[in-house]
Design a protein around this ligand. Sequence first.
Ligand code: DSN
Length: 418
Amino acid sequence: MHENIRKSDKEVYDILLKEEKRKEDTLEMIPSENHTSPAVLEALSSVFNDKYAEGYPKKRYYGGNEHIDEVEILCQERAKKIFAVPFANVQPYSGSPANQAVYFATLNPGEKVLGMHLSAGGHLTHGWKVNFSGKYYDSVFYGVNERTSRIDYEEVGKIAKKERPKLIFAGTTSYPRFLDFKKFREIADSVGAYLCTDVSHISGLIVSGTHPSPAEHAHIITTTTHKTLRGPRGALIMTTRAGIEKDEDLPEKIDKAVFPGLQGGPHEHQIAAIAICLKEAMSPVFKKYGEQIVENSKALAEGLRERGFSLISGGTDNHLLVVDMRSKDISGKETQELLESAGIVVNKNAIPFDPEPPFNPSGIRLGTPAVTTRGMREREMKEIAEMIAEVVEKKDEKTAVEVGEKVKKLCHKFPLRK
Ligand code: DSN
């Protein structure tokens, strides 16, 4: 493996082998990460990398793009089919630029956007004040209900009526419950706003039928392609039929916002890899994978609850859990560090209404997409819940290292390279 890298750059080769070993030997439980297929990784290192292709298929600024056009059109067609939408731009480099392009297409600087507050589970690009979206646009927020930790749609409606945003983002990074896209659309319609659903975290669940689709409700859909969708790093921006009914120029505005508004040459190796991941996601095997992600998430939730952990909103409908570590008298940061010593990779995370600062928040976020890719099921989730409990209850490095041996054994039963 990697013979060319080994011959040409031993330093990078050695680091790469260490990263491969780290992945092989640890449980990846960050909900936004996954293990991509060899086909996706091969496409990323293919000759598609070499080509400049500013513009769009059949309208490029450089020659020699006949095959690049073929692969980009194939990717667009697959995206439209799998998400049941009439238009897709497959060029965004990643999720943040995809959302930035949505702002360019729908708002003028200074106009108002309503998004979910970061501390309640939203994303930086949904209006956070230190992000471009909060600096160059007038951002206001909705959160979750303090008692239930769930979105209170009536409250979101009231905020929308008071603030009258021109764009509403419905999308989350650490919200364990279904999103009600129909209700979001009613709210958007009540103030004449565009509704953009950023489904980056859940797009793999949507295409496998385990989370309701936004296709009938949103005007615009954005998603990264490397989370539950299990593809390369990258993103898609799609407009729905409703989006085009609201604004027939929306597809053109989005294309122009991506190029030349925001980006230069598209990463065609990334686009080829997205095309491959979309084909993989159309298979019955992927449907089962999506179902198993959610089954595993529920099993992990049950295992943790049985061991006395407090879960934000009481449980999960999707691929992730947010755990309030105050239930075990330990901070999110300390939990992350101890679990990492045991080979369980998680991220510290704010909980709704967190009294602690973001660098040392009260919670952690756990997700099942990557361990499900390894083939693990409910039984292993119960085992993982036990191991997490052992580490955080004992709170010492020695236990963490001992549990680390069990983690390694479990990982080796479910190898990444089969
Ligand atoms: N960084 C991503 C996540 O971990 O959820 C969001 O962009």
